[in-house]
Design a protein around this ligand. Structure first.
Ligand code: ATP
Ligand code: MG
Length: 394
């Protein structure tokens, strides 16, 4: 049997949402239920006066449950609870001593007892329980000491219908519950940055859709599979992602044929944004998301981003805009996309890059270069949109 019968699930930011609070709490409860469905075991998730509990019904896989809860946006702490019926103070003291012994084999620790008495007919008040339990611990484990200001162990005792004790708070993801902030379209490539960008925006409660541009036969089936795999990794946090896969080959070849090669990347990116925005609007997204960061490559200078932005009417969210590469890599490792991102299969951008791409494009010059293309480009765009392949990734 599991030591911990239940989890107290702590949330922070949504606590301050005033009248809409229940919307956020309900969304969080829904996400918790959804996350625990994949775990071996059955749980009853309930909201009780500003707190959320997940009670196990029978045996369950503890590690799986914690791992699943650690992926839920909106949770800041996961507290495994020991829970039992009230059988008087001596029984409580006995269980606390066993708990402390199990959790802290090394007794060289300071502690503080913090009691909350929700059931007011309990014969002792909270300070009395704190004192009495504190004494029991000191008697049983003389190496332990009380520190009320900065204890190593904060032992929480909650007296409700049942009694809960806990002292561990396993860190959660933070952020806002999924589905509380609208939808956005992620431009997802096979690189390191865009999966991280999608994860970060989703962490604020935003539902993701994604668009990937490939250029067969210049890009391989494996490059495409890599992007599907990345979307799958991201979806472990964000829930299912509708992934649009757009064949970009003919557009790229046409741009290559008609426009100056040092402007290829930037013009290509403008067409990517246009097409992504088309799908975004079609499905009610409120913005686009990219993995760009100022100055990282030629197409990500302030000048380049100004020029790419110009084709969009939706806001473009760039959560990594001020991040150093290493900070992005750290997050990619944390969310487990890094190993997939560094697989060598090439994306379309890397194939048609000029040797010396323009780093400070001027909008007027780019617009002029684009006039070298005739209506054929609109036809190709239409074709690319019509032949989109849609995959539901989960
Ligand atoms: P990433 O690591 O995300 O690929 P990057 O450093 O390689 O980024 P670029 O290739 O300049 O940078 O791409 C910048 C952004 O444009 C990406 O973060 C992504 O949002 C979008 N993007 C680039 N290539 C594609 C593609 N083939 N399909 C969809 N989006 C793309
Ligand atoms: Mg890239």
């Amino acid at each position: 049997m599991n030591t911990f019968k239940s989890f107290l699930l702590k949330y922070a930011e949504i606590g301050v949402k005033g009248k809409n609070r229940y919307v956020f709490e309900d969304a969080l409860v829904a996400q918790i239920k959804h996350a625990l469905e994949k775990v071996d075991g059955k749980f009853n998730v309930r909201k009780v006066s500003g707190r959320i509990y997940a009670d196990a019904e029978g045996d369950y896989d503890y590690d799986e449950a914690v791992a699943a809860l650690q992926k839920v946006f909106g949770l800041v702490g996961i507290c495994p609870l020991v829970q039992f019926d009230d059988n008087g103070f001596d029984d409580l003291a006995d269980r606390v001593l066993k708990y402390m012994d199990m959790m802290y084999p090394d007794k060289n620790k300071t502690f503080k007892v913090f009691t909350r008495r929700a059931r007011k007919n309990y014969p002792m008040d909270s300070p009395e329980v704190n004192m009495a339990i504190g004494e029991k611990i000191l008697d049983a484990y003389p190496q332990m000491n009380v520190d009320v200001h900065n204890p190593d162990v904060k032992l929480n005792i909650e007296i409700r219908e049942k009694i809960n004790i806990y002292s561990e708070i396993i860190p959660g993801q933070g952020g806002m519950p999924l589905g509380t902030a609208g939808k956005a379209m992620l431009l997802l490539s096979g690189g390191i940055d865009s999966p991280v960008a999608g994860y970060m925006v989703a962490k604020r409660g935003v539902t993701l859709e994604a668009t990937y541009f490939h250029a067969p036969p210049y890009t391989s089936e494996r490059a495409k599979q890599k992007v599907v795999d990345l979307a799958k990794k991201v979806s472990e946090y964000t829930g299912p992602i509708k992934l649009n896969i757009v064949n970009f080959t003919d557009i790229q070849l046409y741009i290559y044929e008609k426009c100056p090669h040092d402007e290829l990347t930037i013009i290509m990116r403008r067409y990517m944004m246009k097409i992504a925005e088309h799908f975004a609007k079609e499905s009610g997204c409120l913005g686009l998301i990219t993995g760009e960061s100022i100055g990282q490559v030629a197409s990500q200078t302030m000048q380049s981003m100004l020029v790419t932005n110009e084709v969009c009417t939706l806001p473009v969210y760039r959560p990594l805009v001020a991040f150093d590469k290493q900070d992005i890599v750290d997050i990619a490792c944390k969310i487990d996309t890094y190993e997939t991102s560094i697989l060598p299969y090439e994306d379309c951008c890397t194939i048609f890059v000029a040797e010396h791409p323009a780093t400070k494009p001027k909008l007027s010059c780019i617009q002029k270069s684009e006039t070298h293309m005739d209506e054929k480009i609109d036809e190709l765009m239409k074709q690319a949109i019509e032949t989109v392949e849609v995959i539901e990734v989960k």
